[in-house]
Design a binder for this molecule. Structure first.
Ligand code: SAM
Length: 144
């Protein structure tokens, strides 16, 4: 990957995602996190300062080493145990069903056919596309 991919793109993404119009959605979403948390697509770590006392540990993944580096810099003040791992949502490096909360903010655009609500914020359409969804743990009966 060239200079654009390693230096410019991660900083551009960080700048875009710091948009103050997103702050309310971040606070609302991260405020629901409890217990052992898996965050998929941490990006530059903008959610890290928003996790509260209800969180026991956060495991963050992202496929981009450059964004993980920015997230690590932002993680110096967090008061909870934190793991930052290079990984993708398609191949999680954890045993299944091990988390109390799974967080994704503005990461689903790279995942096919998610079941979510979509719409636009106030503002010019190409830049204000939003989506939101949540899932609750369900008990499955054994098939056999
Ligand atoms: C628009 S950014 C959002 C970053 C962060 N969640 C936030 O709210 O600021 C999308 C993030 O998803 C990550 N990403 C892309 N494909 C992914 C995948 N397959 N699994 C996990 N993360 C992925 C990108 O590297 C990037 O950090």
């Amino acid at each position: 990957m060239g200079v654009y991919g390693t230096l410019i793109l991660p900083r551009l993404l960080d700048l875009t995602m710091r948009n103050r119009r997103l702050a309310h959605y971040r606070e609302q979403t991260i405020g629901l996190a409890r217990g052992l948390v898996l965050e998929i697509g941490i990006g530059s770590g903008l959610n890290l300062p928003l996790y509260g006392r209800a969180v026991d540990r956060v495991c963050d993944i992202d496929p981009s080493p450059e964004l993980l580096r920015l997230a690590r810099n932002r993680a110096t003040d967090v008061l909870f145990p934190l793991s930052l791992l290079r990984a993708s949502a398609e191949q999680l490096p954890f045993a299944s069903a091990g988390f109390d909360t799974v967080v994704m903010t503005w990461t689903l655009c790279s995942i096919a056919q998610p079941v979510i609500e979509t719409g636009y914020l106030v503002g010019p359409k190409p830049w204000t596309f939003m989506y939101q969804g949540s899932a609750k743990k369900v008990a499955y009966e054994d098939a056999d």
